[in-house]
Design a protein around this ligand. Structure first.
Ligand code: SF4
Ligand code: SF4
Length: 439
C-alpha cells in the first residue's frame, strides 16, 4: 500500500512503525473472510482491510480521530484472526494498538463512554475494587432490565457467586515435588484470580507435581492488556514495568535464583507479555529487560507440552470441545499443544466448527460492544452444541466467562483437566454435571 507521510510524522517512532506495517498490505482482501465483524456486519469498513485504510487516512491527515473511524476501530475485537489469514504478514496488532492510543489521545468521546472506560481501567486490573464491583453487580441484578446496554452487559457477565480469594495467589515460593526440573514465575494476574482462583491453584499443583518450582513474585499484577486495548498506553506501560521489575528480580541476571520461564495461564495476557519487548522498545531503561522477560513468557500449555505430562492417575475420558481463544491461536499461534495435552490426559478432543471466530469476549469488548459480542456468543454456543461435548476446555478466563453465560455445558480451564488427570481434584464446574463425573 502506498503511503504519504511527512518526514516530521515519520520522526515519531510509533508512526514510522505503523507506516512500515501499512506498506506491507497489498489490499488483497483475503482477511475479510475470517474477520468476525465483517462476517456479521458485511460492511467493508468493519473489515481488517477497511480498518487499515481508515487508520492510514487518520494517521496521514494528522488530525483528531474522526468519529466514524473511532466507531469502526471500536468494533474491532483485536481477535487477530486477520493476522492468521494474511499472506503478507501485515502486523495488524501493532497497527490497531497504535490507532487505539492515537484515538485515546486525540478524540473526545461522549461523557458516558469516557466514564465507563475510566471506571473499567480503574477497577478491572485491581483485585479489591474488582471484587467490590462484582458484589455491586450482584446487588444490581434484579434491576438489570432498567439499565442501559453496557451496564446490563456488565451485570449479566458478573458471576452469581464469588469464590474466596486464594492464599496461593500471595507472593511466595512453591517447591517442586521430587527432583527439581525447572523454576518458573507464575503470573497470577488480576481479574482471573477474582473470578476463578482455582485456575492458579491448579496451575501451581500441576507444575510442582511435574518437578517445577513456582514462584509468585512480589509486585507482579495485571499484565496491562485491558488498558492497552483501550488505548491507555500510560497505564499499560506502568503495569508492564511493574511485572518486568518483579520477574527480573527472580532471574539470575537480576540477582535471583534464575527462571526458566514466566508462566501465563490466561492467553489474552500471554499475548501482551510476549509483546513487552515491542511495547518498551524505545525506553532505554526498560527495553532490554522487557525483551528478556518477553522471551521467557510461555503459556502453561506450551510449557507443559515441552515438559511432557506424567502418567494419568484419574481416568476420566471426557468428550472435550476445545475452544481455542483468539489470543491463543491467533495472538500466540499456539494451536496443537493444549489439544495434545488433553488427549494425553485421556480425553477425546473435538474441534468446534468455525473455531477461528471469536466468542465475543475479547477483553472488555463484551462490556463495550454488547450487541456484536452477543451475536458472536450465540454463534459460538450453537457451534459448540453441534459437537455435543461433556465439557468445554479453554485457556482464557475471558472466554470462560463469556461462553459460560450462553451455554449450560460446563466450561473449565485446560489446566484444571490436566491437574485432575494427574492427581489433582475434580474441577468444581464438573461435579455431578457430566456423564463421566457421575460414574
Ligand atoms: S490479507 Fe493482509 S495484505 Fe490482504 S488486505 Fe488483508 S491485511 Fe492487507
Ligand atoms: S482483529 Fe479481528 S475483528 Fe479486528 S479486523 Fe482483525 S479479524 Fe476483524
Amino acid at each position: 500500500m502506498q503511503t504519504n507521510f511527512s518526514l516530521a510524522q515519520l520522526a515519531d517512532s510509533a508512526m514510522a512503525e505503523s507506516e512500515k506495517i501499512l506498506r506491507t498490505c497489498v489490499h488483497c482482501g483475503f482477511c475479510l473472510a475470517t474477520c468476525p465483524t465483517y462476517t456479521l456486519l458485511g460492511d467493508e469498513l468493519d473489515s481488517p482491510r477497511g480498518r487499515i485504510y481508515q487508520i492510514k487516512q487518520m494517521f496521514e491527515d494528522d488530525v483528531p480521530a474522526p468519529a466514524s473511524t473511532v466507531k469502526h476501530i471500536d468494533r474491532c475485537l483485536s481477535c487477530l484472526s486477520c493476522m492468521t489469514t494474511c499472506p503478507s504478514s501485515v502486523h495488524y496488532m501493532h497497527l490497531v494498538d497504535h490507532a487505539r492510543t492515537y484515538i485515546h489521545e486525540t478524540h473526545t468521546r461522549p461523557f458516558m463512554d469516557r466514564a465507563l472506560r475510566t471506571l473499567l481501567a480503574l477497577v478491572l486490573p485491581r483485585a479489591v475494587p474488582f471484587r467490590l464491583a462484582l458484589f455491586g453487580a450482584t446487588l444490581a441484578r434484579p434491576f438489570a432490565g432498567f439499565l442501559p446496554g453496557q451496564l446490563k452487559a456488565m451485570i449479566a457477565l458478573a458471576p452469581k457467586s464469588l469464590p474466596s480469594p486464594s492464599p496461593m495467589d500471595r507472593p511466595q515460593r512453591f517447591p517442586a515435588s521430587g527432583e527439581r526440573r525447572g523454576r518458573v514465575a507464575l503470573m497470577t494476574g488480576c481479574a482471573q484470580r477474582v473470578l476463578d482462583p482455582s485456575i492458579n491453584e491448579a496451575t501451581i499443583r500441576l507444575l510442582t507435581r511435574h518437578g517445577v518450582e513456582v514462584v509468585v513474585a512480589k509486585g507482579a499484577g495485571c499484565c496491562g492488556s485491558l488498558t492497552h486495548h483501550m488505548g491507555q498506553e500510560h497505564h499499560a506501560l506502568s503495569s508492564a514495568k511493574a511485572n518486568i521489575a518483579a520477574w527480573w528480580a527472580e532471574t539470575a541476571e537480576g540477582g535471583g535464583e534464575g527462571l526458566d520461564a514466566v508462566i501465563i495461564n490466561t492467553s489474552g495476557c500471554g499475548t501482551t507479555v510476549k509483546d513487552y519487548g515491542f511495547m518498551l522498545r524505545d525506553d532505554r531503561e526498560w527495553s532490554s529487560k522487557a525483551a528478556a522477560i518477553a522471551g521467557l513468557a510461555r503459556d502453561i500449555s506450551e510449557f507443559m507440552d515441552k515438559l511432557g505430562l506424567r502418567p494419568v492417575e484419574n481416568e476420566t475420558g471426557l468428550r472435550v470441545a476445545y475452544h481455542s481463544a483468539c489470543s491463543m491461536q491467533h495472538g500466540q499461534k499456539i494451536k496443537e499443544p493444549p489439544k495434545t495435552l488433553l488427549r494425553a490426559a485421556g480425553h477425546e478432543v473435538v474441534d468446534i466448527p468455525e473455531g477461528h471466530l471469536c466468542c465475543g469476549s475479547a477483553g472488555t469488548y463484551n462490556l463495550m460492544q454488547p450487541d456484536i459480542a452477543g451475536e458472536l456468543l450465540k454463534r459460538k454456543v450453537a457451534n459448540i452444541e453441534r459437537v455435543a461435548p461433556d465439557v468445554i476446555a479453554t485457556g482464557n478466563i475471558g472466554c470462560m466467562t463469556q461462553i459460560g453465560t450462553g451455554s449450560d455445558v460446563p466450561i473449565v480451564h485446560t489446566v484444571a483437566l490436566l491437574d485432575w488427570a494427574t492427581g489433582g481434584p475434580m474441577p468444581d464446574a464438573l461435579s455431578g454435571k457430566t456423564r463421566q463425573a457421575a460414574r
